[in-house]
Design a protein around this ligand. Structure first.
Ligand SMILES: Nc1ncnc2c1ncn2[C@@H]1O[C@H](COP(=O)(O)OP(=O)(O)OP(=O)(O)O)[C@@H](O)[C@H]1O
Ligand SMILES: [Mg+2]
Length: 347
């Protein structure tokens, strides 16, 4: 390994100075108290001694410490290639200690983040298997009952197969959402930005969800008449997904006979805001902060008829933030909710 070597001469200099002073002292004592010596000889000797011991000590220190320090560097750089390689090796213990301490601190931080990530991963896996279990067992239940003899009865056969199919549909829906959220969370979000009419996108979503809404007698409408197209710059498919998730929620958590209204308003010169407002069950204040976490549901008991996996709003948030836009929520328990997000306007 090619490493540059930062030298420190302090040690050799001090050691040789002490040796020299000692011998100089001895000679001078001899000179004054026993027999006079040639002072030129005394100082000449001291000078040579200083020079010789300096180089000898420096050499010995370098080979001795260098070997050990290099080993430490090698050991440490086994773990961490990048941070140590480029620094000069030093025989200066203070620098080395500082570097090793910094290394240890960095490692500790790294281990902590890894631990958090591991926890996150475990929780994610736990949530996934939990979400998949319910529909899987439903499907299995119907199939087993059919195999146990229920398939002899024609009407039951059809009914059970339809229910099993519903379960499979639910599984597909969850897997699709999981796929989407994993892609979004690994930063795999690829935006295909284009110019499109946001009014048309909202109308599309209304058309697609009309059936679902009419089952709860919920009306889907705009807050005003939007006769002209409103052009925005964004990924059309993903924004349609955002609007869909928000409108589906407004239906799922809306009251029978309620309304869902979408409004589009100018915000600042190049931004507009899309609002999805319902007069449904609303959300208590203490839950609002966590709505956008994945797998988060206000009512986890599954007691209510509208089950979900709690991924919808997490996906919405990722998509909107992927566009560098903002999402807001306002809600009053028992009164209704409003989810809104910004978009970039264009001509
Ligand atoms: N319009 C709304 N009115 C009342 N509560 C809502 C509304 N939208 C969302 N929530 C609450 O926020 C929670 C999280 O919503 P999110 O869309 O992320 O999950 P989900 O609808 O339960 O499941 P998924 O959308 O994955 O099928 C919901 O479980 C619900 O309790
Ligand atoms: Mg939802």
């Amino acid at each position: 390994m090619e490493l540059n070597f930062k030298k420190s001469y302090k040690f050799a200099f001090k050691s040789s100075a002490y040796i020299t002073l000692f011998f100089l002292g001895v000679f001078l004592l001899y000179h004054f108290f026993i027999a006079p010596l040639h002072l030129i000889f005394v100082f000449g000797f001291a000078f040579c001694l200083a020079l010789f011991s300096f180089f000898l000590i420096q050499y010995r220190v370098e080979t001795f410490i260098y070997k050990r320090v290099k080993k430490i560097y090698d050991d440490v750089s086994l773990l961490e290639n990048t941070s140590f390689r480029n620094q000069p090796i030093t025989t200066d213990m203070e620098t080395l200690t500082k570097e090793v301490q910094k290394f240890a601190r960095d490692k500790k931080l790294e281990i902590e983040t890894l631990k958090i990530r591991e926890e996150y991963r475990r929780e994610f896996l736990g949530n996934i298997s939990h979400e998949l279990k319910t529909p899987l067992f439903t499907v299995q239940g119907y199939l087993l009952t059919l195999l146990d003899g229920a398939m002899e009865d024609k009407t039951i056969r059809k009914k059970y197969l339809q229910r099993a199919d519903k379960g499979v549909e639910r599984l597909i829906y969850i897997v699709k959402d999981l796929d989407m959220i994993t892609k979004l969370e690994t930063g795999d979000i690829h935006l295909e930005v284009s110019r499109f009419d946001i009014v048309e996108v909202v109308q599309n979503v209304f058309d697609l969800l009309e059936m679902k809404a009419s089952k709860k007698k919920i009306t889907l409408s705009f807050d005003a008449k939007y006769a002209k197209p409103i052009w925005v710059l964004a990924d059309q498919e993903k924004i349609q997904q955002v609007v869909t998730n928000l409108v589906v929620n407004s239906i799922k958590y809306g009251n029978e006979g309620g309304t869902t209204e979408v409004g589009i308003e100018d915000l600042v010169n190049d931004r507009l805001i899309v609002r999805v407002t319902d007069n449904g069950e609303g959300i208590k204040k203490q839950y609002i902060g966590r709505l956008f976490e994945r797998f988060y549901r206000v009512d986890k008991s599954g007691a209510r008829s509208e089950g979900g996996s709690g991924l919808g709003l997490a996906i919405v948030k990722h998509i909107i933030e992927g566009h560098n836009e903002k999402i807001y929520v306002e809600s009053q328990f028992g009164v209704g909710s409003e989810f809104s997000f910004t978009l970039e306007k264009t001509e």
